[in-house]
Design a protein around this ligand. Structure first.
Ligand code: GUN
Length: 295
């Protein structure tokens, strides 16, 4: 029997509706949440992501400040801009689109962002809080989007074996940290497999919840999935489509095989993607709400 499709667009729509309500409440107090989106260089994929973040801000009533630095910008240029945005009271959240050009030391850039404006949850202070289960930092956009997808589709990770494929700082590591917390919507037994794991399938076949975030098109095949597992596909890969001669988007999971084995699965596009941006918007509003409380 084919798996139930977890509709990320619909669930992101619910999160966005909650965000819109919170923005309205802030407006009653005369406040507008603000997000700065920084793009260094002219990478076409990054431009698309940045534009969609700016568009979503407009849709939800969030002020956005789009800053584009040239591809040859220096570290000083970037750090000066971060300093300016840290000091700007209209800006509650700062996002620097990753990856930056090679001359830019991303770690130093992240370290320079005011942790209270670190809506990506990339700053080591917020990553540390996440790991020890403190809730007064931020929750990273894609991993938290995955948790919300599970929750809103009635999948409780508690007591389940969650296998995460991939150990990136953006997805795999924080997602594993979140899933293992002794907290509602988590409390899973977590295994992380990665490029250094000799037999990945040995672990994935035991997963009740399988999360693919490895950046390899259609890496997870049907035979790597336990029948009835919940499969979450974080991958966004562009591959040539011989039928049209153009590129098409695929995830890290071979969807047509997986859909026959899993009990529930996220599609690509329309699964995790819309959640990432919905959580980013929510985080920007959280940053604004906290600033008001601190004032
Ligand atoms: N590049 C890919 N994903 C992300 C993200 O979540 N945040 C930022 N800043 N850059 C990214």
């Amino acid at each position: 029997m084919a798996a139930r499709i977890i509709d990320g667009k619909a669930i992101a729509g619910m999160v966005n509706e909650e965000t819109r309500c919170r923005v309205r409440k802030l407006a009653e107090k005369g406040r507008t949440p603000g997000l700065a989106v920084v793009l260094i260089g002219d990478d076409p994929a990054s431009q698309v992501y940045v534009n969609s973040k700016v568009r979503k801000c407009a849709e939800l009533g969030i002020y956005s400040d789009r800053r584009v630095l040239p591809v040859d910008a220096s570290m000083d240029d970037v750090l000066r801009l971060i300093e300016e945005l840290n000091a700007d009271p209209k800006v509650n959240g700062i996002l620097v689109q990753s990856p930056p050009p090679p001359q830019i030391d991303e770690e130093r850039v992240i370290a320079a962002i005011d942790p209270d404006k670190d809506v990506d949850c990339f700053h080591e202070r917020n990553v540390g809080k996440l790991l020890i289960g403190k809730t007064d930092g931020f929750r990273p956009c894609t991993p938290y989007g995955v948790l919300v997808l599970l929750e809103k589709s009635g999948v409780d990770p508690a007591g389940k074996h969650a296998v995460v494929i991939g150990r990136s700082n953006i997805v795999g590591k924080p997602l594993a940290a979140m899933l293992m917390q002794k907290a509602k919507g988590a409390n899973a037994t977590v295994t992380v497999v990665h490029s250094g794991t000799p037999d990945i399938a040995k672990f994935t076949r035991d997963a009740d919840i399988l999360i693919a975030a490895i950046g390899k098109p259609q890496f997870v095949t049907g035979d790597m999935i336990k029948p009835g597992a919940v499969v979450i596909d974080v991958g966004i890969n562009r591959i040539p489509d011989p039928a049209t001669g153009k590129n098409r988007l695929v995830g890290d999971v071979n969807f047509s095989e997986a859909v026959e084995v899993a009990s529930a699965i996220t599609p690509v596009p329309g699964g995790v993607g819309p959640m990432t941006i919905a959580i980013l918007m929510s985080n920007a509003v959280t940053a604004c709400e906290r600033r008001i409380r601190r004032a």
